[in-house]
Write a new protein. Sequence first.
Length: 298
Amino acid sequence: MGKRVKTSWWIAGLGALLLAGLVGLLARSTVPRLPGMPITGGIPMGTAASGAGSPKGRMAGMTMPLAPVATRDAHSLVLLPTGEILFGHHDGIQRFDGDKQGWLNVVQRSGWDAMNLAWDGRRLIVAGHEVYAVSDDLRTYRDRRPSGLGGMDIHGYAISPVDPQRHYLWEARSGLYVSQDGGLNWRAAGGVGLSRWVHVLAVARDGSVYAGGVGAGLYRSLDGGGHFEPAGAPEADVFALGVDAGGKLYVGGRQGLYAQGPEGWQRLEPASVIALAASPDEAGYIVWMDDQGQVWQR
């Protein structure tokens, strides 16, 4: 009798595990992971990061893990010309420390929403929900009060790789804006044809402006942001965009990491990608974050 009881409990336990796994799989397949939403896995706030690698010693074309983040959400990544990697979240900015294999706080401020990080060649721009700041040294940040914007709920921000004075942003309530003086003064860019769900922007070396969003796919403008046309997105949910030094466009979506080539889109990784950054100096080098809070480099 005792043996049969143990077997019954074992079968019941296995059934419960299978059911839990099925429920989790269905939840992951139906709920989009938006930048800024809670990371579904990862590690609790304040715990030490583990499993880290270093940007040094990476191999071209191979995906390698860096340290997972230890924050409650994820927003943005940026690769600096120095090789440093910065990560923006709802409560500030962290920097990857390859020697100590983890992420160190650069800015730790509750509600300081670093939804966008952008580098103009000399300064770091931080833009998000009622946040717009600039730093020359990556230690001190000055709040900006730009003119011409219809609001300060900034969901997307991008800088031209060939003209550091030309900036674009997407304000959630009033649409697309362009600046010709490094973000001090703005004017409405038009943005005709864009979905209201835009939240990521990128600018290519040829001047093309890309915009994407959840359920909106990918759009491209050839006239500086005035008019947009669908750009044949690899999937409908576009969470992140990046253009590397060689001009290649990358898309992070709910179902994968993609690169655009002469023959169309290639899926590089079959994972949900909620943030990515492409190197401004090295073609083919990117870093990205999945919805478990793990950061990777390729």
